[in-house]
Design a protein around this ligand. Structure first.
Ligand code: ATP
Ligand code: MG
Length: 387
């Protein structure tokens, strides 16, 4: 869990990140716009010439207060960032479990939190930290993880989130030596994550998430899925524009082919990444698994694609650990949906709100379960033996 991952993203980020003390440039007027519910864009801040202090981020964003914590306060909350409190580590840095209450700050609800610390020797930096605050500080939705506050002290950059007791989908789905995640849980997660993305895509100022993957889907105690990690998120195209042109960043295996080829980013790029996660939920296999890749000779997507739309072959790709405990009709629909999301061309991919519409009725299980295959043989005495 604590192994440091070197992702394709981190390798590209090395070219872009900067970690020097970088005063947040924002004007009071821009912040005041929040009162009239106009979302502040990342570009509004990075292009502004004003040098308003970073502490001003603690003012209300669309009514949601962000706390500006000191490093000392977060040390207290996490037992000095003790090893035993560590939840995991990604490209940004280590994440620790902590506890905050009104002894730390007046009015602060007593709650368990996750504190993400920028690794000062790592590959991400101030920009990702700032993007997280700008997006998650303003966007609130049941399927987005809640940002409670942040810390900005000297070179230190930290983020404080609501604690998600079941960690990431990646940890839950691919965990070895534990019971397989049931079909109904997989469908609940698929729907929750789809709702989160649909919300971003349909906001007044649409947001392209750009880093949708199993490790960025966090799970609440009842498996409610919430998106985290807005470090790579982008404001969607404006006016007549159909796409945003940007440097290619993301995680190997999840990024849409047209985005890798051209750098053109649209909400449909997120739909492709969503299709990859849906495929991981169906198959129980990681999109990037070097040992399997060399056995199959192709990527998970290329291997599964023809079978996704062929109900007769579908059983070959569905996670064996489910032992047949899934509704066949539902599985055929989900596989077809994954097939559409994984189209090479962005246009035929469904919108995320369509994905939500397709998945919603598949949450009820009135379908026939296949169940494990039982062969009944008649023995020499005419008795029936189950094999
Ligand atoms: N709010 C949270 N509640 C509980 N656990 C969390 C929370 N945020 C992160 N984690 C844990 O910390 C781990 C690391 O998360 P992080 O987002 O930093 O990296 P990652 O998603 O694994 O990798 P990447 O840097 O490529 O996004 C997660 O896998 C999860 O287990
Ligand atoms: Mg992450």
């Amino acid at each position: 869990m604590t192994t440091k991952k070197v992702t394709w993203k981190s390798m590209i980020l090395i070219l872009n990140c900067y970690k020097s003390k970088y005063p947040l440039e924002e004007s009071k007027e821009q912040v005041l716009k929040q009162g009239s519910f106009q979302r502040l864009c990342l570009s509004d801040i990075s292009n502004s010439s004003s040098t308003q202090a970073i502490e001003d981020l603690s003012i209300s964003f669309a009514g949601s207060k962000l706390y500006a914590f000191t490093l000392e306060e977060l040390k207290e909350a996490t037992h000095s960032f003790s090893w035993s409190n560590m939840l995991g580590e990604g490209g940004f840095g280590p994440v620790y479990k902590g506890f905050v209450d009104d002894k730390l700050r007046q009015g602060l609800k007593a709650q368990t939190v996750a504190v993400k610390c920028l690794d000062l020797d790592g590959l991400q930096g101030h920009r990702e930290w700032l993007a997280e605050i700008i997006f998650l500080g303003q966007l609130r939705h049941p399927h987005l993880v809640k940002l409670i506050g942040y810390c900005y002290e000297d070179e230190h950059r930290l983020l404080v989130y609501e604690y998600m007791p079941r960690g990431s989908l990646e940890n839950q789905l691919f965990r070895r030596y534990s019971a397989a995640m049931p079909w109904s849980t997989r469908m609940k997660i698929a729907l929750g994550a789809a709702k989160g993305l649909a919300f971003l895509h349909e906001a007044d100022k649409p947001v392209i998430y750009r880093d949708f993957k199993a490790s960025n889907v966090l799970l609440d105690s009842d498996y409610t899925a919430k998106l985290s990690d807005f470090g790579l998120a982008k404001d969607g195209p404006e006016g007549e524009e159909t796409h945003v042109t940007t440097r290619i960043m993301g995680t190997h295996g999840y990024a849409a082919p047209e985005y890798i080829m051209t750098g053109h980013l649209t909400t449909k790029s997120d739909v492709y990444s969503y299709g990859v996660v849906l495929l991981e939920l169906l198959t129980g296999k990681r999109v990037v698994d070097k040992s399997l890749q060399s056995k199959r000779g192709k990527s998970l997507v290329e291997w599964a694609r023809p079978m996704l739309r062929d109900p007769k072959k579908l059983h070959r790709i569905i996670d064996r650990r489910l032992e047949g405990q899934f509704p066949m009709k539902g599985a055929i629909k989900v596989a077809m949906l994954a097939f559409k999301c994984l189209c090479h061309h962005p246009n035929p991919r469904p919108s995320m709100s369509n994905v939500v519409k397709i998945l919603e009725p598949l949450q009820d299980f009135d379908d026939v379960f296949i169940g494990p295959f039982v062969y009944v043989a008649v023995n020499e005495n005419g008795d029936k033996d189950q094999i």
